[in-house]
Design a binder for this molecule. Structure first.
Ligand code: ADP
Ligand code: ADP
Length: 237
C-alpha cells in the first residue's frame, strides 16, 4: 500500500520568451495545491484547459521541479527517489496510446514487464479487452497495414499494459479525450469500474461520469476551487 501526499505545491513554469509582456510575472501553474492519494481511493482532477492538470502530473512524474511544497510517497520526498522509481510507482494512460506494428500479444508483451500467459489473460480481462482478443485472436496484427483499431480498444490495450505492471498508483490522463461521446462514456465507465480498488488519479476536463469517484478536485488557474464527492460540488466547470 502506498500513500502519496501532495502538500502546498507551487510550480511556476519558466516565463515564455516570446511576446511583448517582458517583465510580467508569470502566474504559478500550480499555486498551493494539496492532495492525498491513499490506497483504494480514486481521485479525479477536473478543470478547464490551463488549470494546471498536466503540470500536476508532470510534478508527480518528476518532470518539473516545484518552487515550493512537497510530494511525498509513503513519507519519502520524491526528490530523494530515483526518477525511474517514481515512474514505476505511477503508470497510466495518456490521451494517445501508441501501438507497435506487431501482433496483439506482442503489443502487450513488448510494452510490459515479463508476463505469463495467465497474467496476460488476467490483464485483458480486467481491461475488458477479452472480447476483442477472443474475436481477433492473440496473433492478430495491429498497425498501419493491419486491422484498424478503434480509439476505445486502443485505450483498453493501453490499460491492459498498464495493469501488467500492477502499478501502486494508476494515472489516467484524459484517457477519453480523443474519443467520440458514446465511446468516451463507455470507456470511462469501464475505467472507473476497473479502478474501483486501486489508488487512481484521473485527470479530465469533463465532470460528467464522475459520480462514483471518491473525491473530485476542481482546479482553476492553479488553485483548488472545490473538492468533494461529485454530488457535493456546487457548480459544474
Ligand atoms: P491543463 O493541463 O489543466 O490544461 P497546464 O498544466 O497545461 O494546464 O497549464 C497550467 C498553466 O501553465 C497554463 O497557464 C499554461 O499556459 C502554463 N504552462 C504549462 N506548461 C508550460 C510550459 N512548458 N511553459 C510555460 N508555461 C506552461
Ligand atoms: P470501442 O471501445 O471502440 O467501442 P468495442 O466496442 O469494439 O470498441 O470494444 C469494447 C470492448 O467491448 C471490447 O474490447 C470487447 O471486450 C467488448 N465487445 C464489444 N463488442 C463485442 C462483441 N461484438 N463481442 C464481444 N465483445 C465485444
Amino acid at each position: 500500500p502506498l500513500t502519496v501526499e501532495i502538500d502546498d505545491l507551487v510550480v511556476r513554469h519558466p516565463a515564455a520568451t516570446t511576446g511583448t509582456s517582458a517583465g510580467a510575472s508569470t502566474r504559478a501553474a500550480l499555486d498551493g495545491v494539496s492532495l492525498t492519494l491513499t490506497p483504494g481511493r480514486r481521485v479525479a482532477i477536473v478543470g478547464p484547459s490551463g488549470a494546471g492538470k498536466s503540470t500536476l502530473l508532470a510534478a508527480l512524474m518528476r518532470l518539473v521541479e516545484p518552487e515550493s511544497g512537497s510530494i511525498r510517497v509513503n513519507g519519502v520526498d520524491v526528490r530523494d527517489l530515483d526518477g525511474d522509481d517514481v515512474r514505476t510507482l505511477m503508470t497510466g494512460l495518456t490521451q494517445d496510446p501508441y501501438i507497435f506494428r506487431a501482433s496483439l500479444k506482442d503489443n502487450l508483451r513488448l510494452a510490459g514487464p515479463e508476463a505469463s500467459e495467465e497474467e496476460l489473460e488476467r490483464a485483458v480481462r480486467e481491461a475488458r479487452l477479452d472480447g476483442w482478443v477472443k474475436r481477433t485472436g492473440w496473433d492478430a496484427e495491429l498497425g498501419e497495414d493491419g486491422r484498424t483499431v478503434s480509439g476505445g480498444q486502443l485505450q483498453r490495450l493501453a490499460l491492459a499494459r498498464a495493469l501488467l505492471y500492477d502499478p501502486p498508483v494508476l494515472l489516467l490522463d484524459e484517457p477519453a479525450e480523443a474519443l467520440d461521446e458514446e465511446t468516451a462514456d463507455r470507456l470511462m465507465g469501464d475505467l472507473l469500474d476497473v479502478t474501483r480498488d486501486r489508488t487512481t488519479l484521473l485527470v479530465t476536463h469533463r465532470l460528467k461520469g464522475l459520480e462514483s469517484v471518491d473525491e473530485v478536485v476542481v482546479l482553476e488557474e492553479g488553485r483548488v476551487i472545490q473538492r468533494g464527492r461529485h454530488d457535493e460540488l456546487v457548480s459544474v466547470p
